[in-house]
Design a protein around this ligand. Structure first.
Ligand SMILES: Cc1cc2nc3c(=O)[nH]c(=O)nc-3n(C[C@H](O)[C@H](O)[C@H](O)COP(=O)(O)O)c2cc1C
Ligand SMILES: Nc1ncnc2c1ncn2[C@@H]1O[C@H](COP(=O)(O)OP(=O)(O)OP(=O)(O)O)[C@@H](O)[C@H]1O
Length: 299
């Protein structure tokens, strides 16, 4: 996949099947659109996703989004900040200059409530009108629903903030995850408590509430189940919010390895314990809860 981060001019492409939007999370709705541009590859078109990039509070970092889109078969990811040029461009000019002019769109697919251009005046209907006039295909998709509510990045962020990981998984069609390199903690874990892997989550990423979660950690193809604390370890005091996992039945040294932690369910809020012994007995009870979760789901 070509990953183009636009600073100024757009690239000149041709014969493209394009979808566009903010695309944070690549949730089930987004994937319907990606599937459509992928299908058009059989007609010799390139599958192009035009994504407006936000810089904070993201479900996925830009890099995580890019690697998911690559796996889903997108040929070109065009990523652009919501800068003054884009913000102030009239919807008609956005279609003519960027979609038709730069991206050479022969097909455009968006969701039924998609808005673009200055004052968000661009609509699916406007795209249809231009498509008919200038000869490119336009498809408008109905929204993928969760009961009566449309699936959206906003909805997923709300559920993430509540720690409702089961709902997040169902809306995304995949578990929420945090990726990073295993770094050294203060070493107290394996000396006094339990051995753990520590990750520093990316700054731009939205995190569920501080607390303990049942998780699966991936190191390449290798998977370990476990329990993860998100927080600043109030019992011992840490200055930043970390993601710290106790992996079940793991004897390996994993420092320096790249890891992805998938979140399954919330167990309890993070707490300040009166002693490390009290924390340790809670951790052992949490681990039992975590193991029971997997015993149930893997039956
Ligand atoms: C599953 C899990 C749950 C945890 N829960 C808490 C907690 O509720 N309160 C707390 O202060 N620290 C909690 N911790 C963090 C411990 O304090 C931490 O493992 C210990 O301080 C070792 O940190 P270190 O690796 O930086 O030495 C938890 C850690 C794990 C792995
Ligand atoms: N549930 C859905 N079903 C089908 N298409 C969707 C769905 N959600 C978004 N889309 C479409 O995907 C593209 C990108 O959507 P975008 O990320 O901008 O919106 P969103 O997911 O609703 O997020 P937000 O809550 O930030 O508005 C748009 O064309 C949009 O209409």
């Amino acid at each position: 996949m070509e990953y183009l981060k636009i600073e100024g001019e757009f690239p000149k492409l041709a014969n493209c099947a394009v979808t566009m939007g903010k695309f944070d999370g690549i949730h089930r709705g987004h994937r319907k659109l990606v599937e459509k541009i992928r299908e058009r590859k059989t007609l010799g078109e390139q599958a192009v996703l035009f994504a407006i990039d936000a810089s904070s509070n993201m479900i996925l970092t830009s890099q995580e989004r890019a690697s998911l889109l690559e796996k889903l078969g997108v040929d070109v990811l065009v990523e652009c900040q919501l800068n003054d040029r884009i913000r102030h461009m009239k919807a008609e000019n956005f279609i003519k200059e960027i979609l038709m002019g730069d991206l050479g769109a022969s097909y455009v697919v968006v969701g039924e409530d998609n808005r673009f251009g200055f004052e968000r005046k661009g609509t699916p209907r406007l795209l249809m009108e231009f498509g008919e006039k200038y000869g490119f295909d336009v498809e408008i998709l109905s929204k993928e629903m969760d009961g009566h509510r449309k699936i959206s990045s906003t909805y997923i962020r709300e559920e993430l903030k509540k720690g409702n990981m089961e709902k997040v998984t169902s809306l995304m069609g995949r578990d929420y995850f945090v990726e990073g390199q295993v770094v050294h903690g203060r070493g107290m874990g394996h000396k006094v408590l339990l051995p753990t892997t520590n990750l520093v989550p990316p700054r731009t990423k939205i995190l569920p509430p501080n607390g303990v979660y049942v998780t699966s950690s991936y190191f390449g193809d290798k998977i370990y189940h476990g329990i993860t604390n998100i927080g600043c370890k109030p019992t011992v005091g840490e200055s930043f919010i970390g993601v710290e996992t106790y992996l079940f039945d793991c004897k390996e040294d994993l420092y320096g390895e790249e890891c992805r932690v998938d979140f399954k369910t919330f167990l309890r809020p993070e707490r300040k314990f009166p002693s490390l012994e009290a924390l340790k007995s809670r951790l052992l009870a949490d681990a039992e809860d975590g193991r029971r979760f997997f015993e149930k789901t893997e039956k």
